[in-house]
Design a protein around this ligand. Structure first.
Ligand code: SF4
Length: 171
């Protein structure tokens, strides 16, 4: 699809106010999403809810080294890595069709954090290495926010150009 369509960004669902956190809460921050919602379409994704872990659920953390992190409940030690990875593979296939121009991940989450190597953030960036990504925490810094928005627009223009080239070659 070329031009005209609103830019689409993926976002961790709890940042949009969905009550999907382990304790039934959310992480809505209007200073982050208020302006964005007017400019772009936001596509919410919650790995832990969508993988079927439910609310409320026992909080989890990452164990093991950065090469093979495991998503494990803190108190009871249940390992949810396999089910979240299974869900991530099929969700990423769906997201291929969304043509996302960026993704905003929730910081400090064992599933969503980019910096901490969250399970879904790793799967997403592995599948979409060119799509601009950021964490909510970092986007509170005006210069990092501006940089992210610029990367989103540049990526969107690049993808439109590539699609335009493909269409010309096949017509
Ligand atoms: S941080 Fe990610 S997994 Fe945790 S509630 Fe938010 S969207 Fe769901």
């Amino acid at each position: 699809m070329l031009g005209g369509d609103k830019i689409k960004l993926g976002i961790s669902s709890c940042l949009l106010g969905e009550r999907v956190r382990y304790d039934g809460g959310h992480q809505l921050d209007r200073s982050l999403t208020g302006t964005l919602e007017r400019l772009v379409d936001l596509v919410p994704v919650c790995p832990e809810m969508e993988a079927g872990l439910g609310v409320p659920r026992e909080p989890m953390h990452l164990v093991g080294g950065p090469r093979r992190p495991r998503l494990v409940t803190i108190e009871t030690g249940i390992d949810h890595t396999a089910e979240v990875n299974r869900w991530a593979r099929s969700r990423i296939e769906q997201l291929q069709g969304e043509e996302l121009s960026g993704f905003i991940f929730k910081s400090k989450s064992p599933s969503c954090s980019l910096v901490a190597g969250g399970i879904f953030a790793r799967a997403f960036t592995g599948a979409f290495p060119l799509v601009p990504v950021e964490e909510d925490d970092r986007l509170r810094d005006p210069s990092l926010r501006k940089d992210f928005i610029e990367r989103v627009f540049v990526f969107r223009r690049w993808r439109e150009m590539m699609l335009g080239n493909q269409e010309r070659q096949t017509s």
